[in-house]
Write a protein that binds this ligand. Structure first.
Ligand SMILES: [Zn+2]
Length: 314
């Protein structure tokens, strides 16, 4: 094909319905992506952060993809709108933020891209949000339920989150990172051979990524100290707080982990145990009997004083 641009449908001036927005964005997705990637390349050049190599091309593509994803969400909500102008203004706003995350060179590595892709997906998907606990720390559903102190309805949601993540969520998130299956495979084989090193490399990346994404939280979701976390659990409130803040805050989740540590996990401080692929195996969605030493969050009276930091069902 001589030129993909000449054969593409023209981007419309004005879109007046969401159906039309969906149709146009589907048909013109490669054009929107080209446009976004072009903006990023120019931004990197103008800020002296560009080199003509595959790594930078990939970074521009990954970043452009991320912006187009936001455009699909926010643009749809902004109908009637002029999609091209909307995309341009969204990118301009993004690049004018004091510290746009994506031009950080460390995130151009497969590991950085992988960790970043997961967190990015978690901003729009609860399945991805819950899966962060698995990918950062290797927790299963029971561990999450225990640490977050969830009641029965919320616990069942976690099982569903994992199920959907396993079936399609992980794959969709990985498509968004621009990583190839070879790169993912190679990360996974590093995890098996040199897990400790991979985890150590992930620590600063995670700190960078998490602090960026927490900025998008509402102002009333700041970090809490140990006493505040204890009372939040004792008062059996703030389920959303736990679910949104903890996957994206290693400091706070470390505090809560020390207080509610599942006994089936290694004792001591919370350590990263990065997982590349989604959790294996299908699980029945309804909760079975609570595994030994793990809580469903709905019966805890028998626990030790340390474990009293827990919630009950409503
Ligand atoms: Zn925090």
């Amino acid at each position: 094909m001589p030129s993909s641009i000449s054969s593409a449908p023209l981007l419309p001036e004005l879109v007046t319905t969401t159906d039309e927005f969906d149709r146009i964005t589907r048909a013109c997705l490669p054009d929107f992506l080209d446009r976004a990637t072009g903006h990023i390349r120019r931004f990197l050049r103008e800020t002296g952060q560009w080199s003509d190599d595959g790594g930078h091309e990939k970074l521009a593509l990954r970043w452009g993809y991320e912006l187009v994803e936001q455009f699909l969400i926010y643009g749809r909500a902004a109908v009637p709108c002029r999609p091209t102008l909307f995309l341009d203004s969204l990118i301009a706003r993004h690049l004018s933020q004091p510290d746009p995350l994506c031009h950080h060179k460390d995130l151009a590595t497969p590991l950085g891209g992988f960790l970043h892709g997961l967190a990015n997906r978690a901003t729009v998907s609860r399945d991805a949000l819950m899966a962060l606990f698995f990918h950062w720390y290797g927790w299963n559903q029971g561990h999450i339920i225990r640490v977050l102190g969830l009641g029965l309805p919320e616990s069942q949601r976690v099982y569903k989150n994992f199920d959907r993540w396993r079936q399609s969520g992980w794959e969709r998130a990985m498509l968004g990172t621009g990583l190839t299956s070879e790169e993912l495979q190679s990360l996974d084989s590093r995890r098996r051979r040199q897990g400790a090193q991979l985890n150590a490399e992930s620590v600063p990346l995670l700190r960078l990524i998490q602090s960026h994404y927490r900025k998008s939280e509402p102002a009333h979701y700041p970090c809490l100290d140990r006493t505040q976390w204890i009372s939040l659990y004792e008062e059996d409130c703030g389920y959303d707080y736990r679910a949104w803040h903890l996957p994206l805050c290693h400091e706070c989740v470390s505090v809560v982990y020390a207080l509610r540590q599942p006994e089936t996990l290694p004792s001591g401080a919370l350590m990263l145990d990065v997982q590349i692929h989604p959790p294996a195996g299908g699980r029945v969605l309804t909760l079975g009997p609570t595994p030994r030493n793990e809580s469903r969050g709905d019966s805890h009276e028998h626990r030790s004083p340390r474990e009293r930091l827990s919630s009950t069902t409503h």
